[in-house]
Write a protein that binds this ligand. Structure first.
Ligand code: TYD
Ligand code: MG
Length: 454
């Protein structure tokens, strides 16, 4: 009989190691490696030799209808799911503690229940009385949601198997424990085993399962990344603590487009949907000030305008500050280097602060031009025209590269009252509406055009 192999797994990245070490070689995290119970093995035979059950194979094309989707009526939530909830799908909703995951899912479960779906909400974090109190405050106490407070996975699955609801919300994966595995709740082994059982249950029973997961400070769902691979859909609920805006973002979706966002506002009465995020993100803009640039972006299938704010000030530090919120700091460093090397505009000796207004996060390379515009405007202390948006990717040579969906960006900008767009000259375009276009080939041209030769 083969000797069972003991495995060691890194709780931060999920890499497996043959022996314990103080530091994970894969991700560099310290004290993150834990021992895991070995996989149970058959009596010394390889899988190929063992007699298995023959599975039924089918053709790729079939007369089967596409999966039925149920809509909650919360348009922002349905869109992020790819147009509604698919029966039998497993969905992971991640986010920082306190960001509003429980609130969102209680509201969503209630919305589905009011549409006639049978919804079960199981919390391992709060007592039923606490959840009822919250539901009351949110005005949801009349929604026919079944509540449960439990952490034992076996009991949860037995209950769900008997009830067979349309939707089950499990809040949260970190509180569950499976008696199959000897490890504390929240540990890699437990999180992985629980997620596996829940996903298997969803597939087997046709119950859509939404699993809540807390995220570690570096943005990973606590426990191994494998949970993300197991589920069909991964949504992140994000936002800045100090801001009331919350964004639900799909990072993976087997049933719809990824990178779709839904925008919500946290109010005293729970999460309110924001149907027009551009207007919201730009609502705090007043008179044009130096350092502010409006970026015409695309989030998923939807155009969203955001304001990028920069502040550039003389530094007293040997290595000046580069503080970036809501943008990729590597990208910002690259743009600073291109400005310096290609346009001879140095930022040495200057502190740079960059921020996306409203707590929004922008990951598109198309934001490069707007970032450069905000930086230059702040450095030159010269405001950009108030009616102007920009988009375009900057290459290392300083050339501006075209981006996707330019027409949608322009249309949204026009809808919000902008009349002027700065964009790459290489951009193909079918019609720009009534927008005045400044088509620019490279960053030097941009500096000349907007700031009079820099
Ligand atoms: P919660 O949903 O418990 O967060 P999570 O499940 O992600 O840990 O949300 C908690 C926060 O939301 C809390 O700080 C208070 C705030 N909140 C409101 O502002 N308004 C509300 O109506 C509710 C229910 C919560
Ligand atoms: Mg919670």
């Amino acid at each position: 009989m083969a000797k069972p192999v003991t495995a060691f797994t890194c709780t931060a990245c999920g890499a497996s190691h043959r022996k314990w070490a103080g530091r994970c070689e894969t991700c560099g995290e310290w004290n993150s490696i834990t021992e895991e119970a070995p996989l149970s093995q058959g009596p010394g035979r390889s899988l190929g030799a063992a007699k298995g059950r023959r599975i039924a194979l089918g053709a790729l094309s079939s007369a089967e209808a596409p999966p039925a989707r149920a809509q909650s009526g919360m348009a922002e939530f349905d869109r992020v799911l790819g147009g509604g909830l698919v029966g039998g799908s497993a969905i992971l909703v991640g986010g920082d503690p306190g960001i509003g995951k429980s609130t969102l899912l209680l509201q969503a479960a209630s919305a589905f229940a009011r549409k006639g779906l049978r919804a079960v909400y199981i919390s391992g974090e709060e007592a039923s009385a606490q959840i009822r109190l919250r539901a009351q405050r949110l005005g949801l106490d009349d929604a026919p949601v079944q509540l449960g407070a439990e952490t034992a996975l076996r009991d949860i699955l037995t209950t769900l198997d008997a009830e067979r609801p349309d939707l089950a919300v499990i809040d949260s994966i970190q509180t569950l424990w499976s008696d199959q595995i000897e490890a504390a709740p929240g540990s890699v082994g437990q999180v992985r085993a629980s997620a596996h059982e829940l996903v298997t249950f969803a597939k087997r029973s046709g119950v859509a399962v939404i699993i809540v997961g807390h995220v570690t400070k570096d943005g990973q769902i606590a426990g191994p990344r494998v949970v993300e691979h197991m589920v069909d859909t991964v949504l992140y609920f994000e936002g800045e603590r100090g801001h009331q805006f919350r964004i639900l973002r799909s990072v993976k979706n087997r049933f719809g487009p990824a990178a779709e966002i839904g925008v919500f506002e946290m109010t005293g009465g729970g999460l309110a949907e924001v149907a027009n995020p551009s207007a919201l993100f730009l609502s705090e803009r007043g008179e044009p000030v130096p350092g502010s640039a409006v970026f015409a972006g695309i989030e998923g299938t939807r155009p969203v305008l955001t304001e990028i704010q920069a502040l550039v000030a003389p530094s007293t530090l040997a290595s000046p500050r580069r503080t970036v919120v809501g943008l990729d700091s590597g990208r910002v460093s690259t743009i600073l280097a291109v400005l310096e090397a290609r346009c001879a505009i140095p930022f040495a000796g200057l502190d740079v602060f960059l921020n996306v207004a409203g707590g929004m996060r922008v990951a598109e390379p198309a934001a490069d031009l707007a970032i450069a515009a905000a930086l230059l405007s702040a450095r030159e202390d010269k405001a950009l025209p108030a009616d102007c948006v920009s988009f375009g990717e900057i290459s290392l040579s300083g050339a501006l590269r075209p981006v996707a969906q330019a027409e949608n960006r322009l249309k949204e900008a026009q809808k919000l009252g902008f009349s002027h767009a700065i964009m790459p000259s290489a951009q193909n375009l079918d019609g720009a509406g009534a927008m005045r276009l400044d088509r620019i080939g490279d960053l030097t041209g941009f500096v000349g055009e907007i700031f009079g030769a820099g």
